[in-house]
Write a protein of this length. Structure first.
Length: 442
């Protein structure tokens, strides 16, 4: 448990946040699938990403983790084995709390010549896997839920020849899309995944840089397709991972709600499939400026944020929903915190996906903000936040959900009294040094 107090002065500073979690995962995976070596700088050394390294080491991939003596920057070197040279693991692959590792690796394991199993912690064993099992089965894979509940542990029977499919995903999910694309690397024929909106496209961008023939097509109605033509060899690359906008979101929110604050957050990924939080906050009147924009490969920029008095549109109400939701799904808890401090009502809708994260983030966000005095209610696919009431400190159960713990740390900055966050260690899943960085600004 950690005890936090209300900020007594503006937040000022120039900070870096850890590397992007999604890109870090993929740098290891795609490096392992490639021929030659892949060198990764800026890798996020969190529990989730280390789970990905551990799984590939169990598949026979040599992965070195060194510190450069000149600048102290950690470097990960992946000695790729190509698509067809993994070794059968001698145990069940364990992914910890990482849904990305579990679902993306499933696409790879489904195509191997050997049998395998994959599972994770108690949270992973409750998260839905039918959304990947169904398309993998359509591709010819043999994958079963060991407990028969469409959740992990998952067992894969090796030696199945996969075939490309046209799959229409009912949800915009980068994990589902990426799982299918990775299986598609081994399939006969093209693989196409249609989504109601373009989900995170890190897989498409990075696989293309490794040599895969893959691209996105967007439709006028906002729907999207990812198209993979298999057969091209993957070749190792040098990857510099930008800062994670999901981690930057907490400092963006903190600067917006603490009067007089001004923060510069350096080298943050601003991929449009991930940066919906910037669009939403700017629509609310947030003073956010992008500096030193670099749009090569994964776009990135420095983000300058200043305290802002937020405002709604007509009838003193602001609605967040539709196509923006997939671009900011992980940031919605901290957006709810910002909304609680604003002088208007905020409606978050079309976000039922929040129910199947590390916790049911609709229920847990509402529970925590109610304890702090916010007028908030849960809906079937989101929440209604009636902002403007003063927040007070409370004992907050993080439910072992890293994004909840960090979001309520932000709330503590404007709450009278002490805010205690139970199970604060869970931030190690994505941002191990969060509380150190957070308290350095106070």
């Amino acid at each position: 448990m950690i005890a936090l107090e209300k900020a007594t002065k503006p937040l000022k500073g120039d900070i870096f946040v850890p590397g992007d979690k999604s890109i870090s995962h993929r740098s290891i995976m795609f490096g392992a699938l490639s021929e030659g070596t892949t060198e990764v700088t800026g890798f996020l050394q969190s529990a989730d990403c280390l789970s990905t390294i551990d799984c590939f080491r169990k598949l026979g991939v040599e992965i070195e983790h060194t510190i450069r003596p000149t600048n102290g920057v950690p470097t990960i070197t992946v000695h790729g084995r190509g698509l067809h040279n993994f070794k059968a693991p001698d145990c069940t692959l364990y992914t910890g709390n990482s849904g990305t590792t579990t679902r993306l690796m499933s696409g790879i394991l489904a195509a191997q010549p050997f049998d395998s199993m994959i599972t994770g912690d108690m949270s992973i064993e409750k998260r839905p896997m039918k959304r990947i099992m169904t398309p993998l089965s359509q591709m010819g894979a043999e994958v079963v839920s060991v407990m028969g509940n469409d959740c992990a542990p998952l067992r894969f029977t090796g030696g199945k020849q996969l075939r490309g499919i046209n799959y229409r995903s009912p949800v915009a999910s980068a994990q589902v899309k990426s799982c299918i694309m990775l299986a598609g690397l081994y399939a006969e024929g093209d693989t196409v995944v249609y989504e109601p909106a373009l989900s995170r496209n890190h897989t498409e961008i990075m696989l293309s840089s490794f040599g895969a023939d893959i691209h996105n097509e967007l439709s006028r109605d906002g729907s999207a397709a990812a198209i993979l033509h298999p057969g091209m060899p993957l070749v190792g690359q040098k990857i510099n991972v930008p800062g994670d906008i999901s981690s930057a979101a907490y400092f963006i929110a903190a600067a917006l709600i603490v009067p007089g604050s001004e923060l510069l957050i350096r080298n943050v990924g601003i991929n449009k499939t991930r940066s919906g939080i910037l669009a939403v906050l700017e629509q609310m009147g947030a003073d956010i400026t992008l500096l030193n924009i670099d749009e090569k490969s994964e776009p990135k920029a420095d983000i300058l944020v200043k305290y802002s008095e937020l405002k709604a549109g007509g009838n003193n109400q602001f609605v967040i929903g539709g196509k923006l939701i997939p671009t900011m799904i992980d940031e919605l808890p901290v957006v709810a915190v910002v909304a609680a401090t604003a002088g208007f009502d905020t409606i978050i809708k079309d976000a039922a996906e929040l129910k199947i994260k590390e916790s049911n983030r609709i229920d847990t966000v509402v529970e925590g903000l109610k304890k702090m005095g916010c007028d908030i209610e849960a809906t079937e696919d989101g929440m209604i936040i009636r902002g403007g009431k003063p927040l007070t400190g409370a004992d907050i159960n993080s439910h072992a959900d890293h994004r909840l713990a960090m979001s309520f740390a932000v709330a503590s900055l404007v709450a009278d009294g002490i805010t205690r966050i139970i199970d604060d260690e869970c931030v190690g899943i994505s941002y191990p040094t969060f509380f150190k960085d957070f308290q350095s600004l106070l």
